[in-house]
Design a protein around this ligand. Structure first.
Ligand code: MN
Length: 128
């Protein structure tokens, strides 16, 4: 079973993500801010993290930078979860170290397929 950390300060968004991903068969860990996210990542080393970009204490951009600088977490798959969809935002998010992103409001079908694709891509990289 694959484990996914959801870091999102909005309780209803977090609950929605948890319900969808649990129904898809993933084990789900949760964090309500960036500080909790970093602690959870270090303690549990999930297969994938979905990080809200705008979070209290430590924002998602800073969390992904901390992940990339930590030798034990550097290769973790990390998706941004964000309402930013202006021109240039995609580049800015990917440049920060995210592997991809999900846009708000959440597209449930896109979520399932994006996560499956990201996890499948990782497996291919591990095999080759
Ligand atoms: Mn937020």
């Amino acid at each position: 079973m694959k484990t996914i950390l959801i870091a999102e300060d909005n309780p209803s968004s977090r609950e929605l993500l948890r319900e969808i991903l649990t129904a898809e068969g993933y084990r789900v860990l949760e964090a309500a801010d960036g500080e909790q996210a970093i602690a959870q990542l270090r303690a549990s080393r999930p297969d994938l993290a979905v990080l809200d970009v705008q979070m209290p204490k430590v924002d998602g951009i800073k969390v992904v930078r901390a992940v990339r600088e930590d030798p034990k977490l550097a290769d973790l798959l990390v998706l941004a979860f964000t309402a930013f969809a202006m021109h240039g935002d995609r580049e800015r998010i990917l440049a920060a170290g995210f592997d991809g992103y999900l846009t708000k409001p959440l597209d449930v079908r896109a979520l399932s397929s994006e996560i499956a694709a990201v996890l499948a891509g990782r497996m291919k990289r591990e095999i080759s």
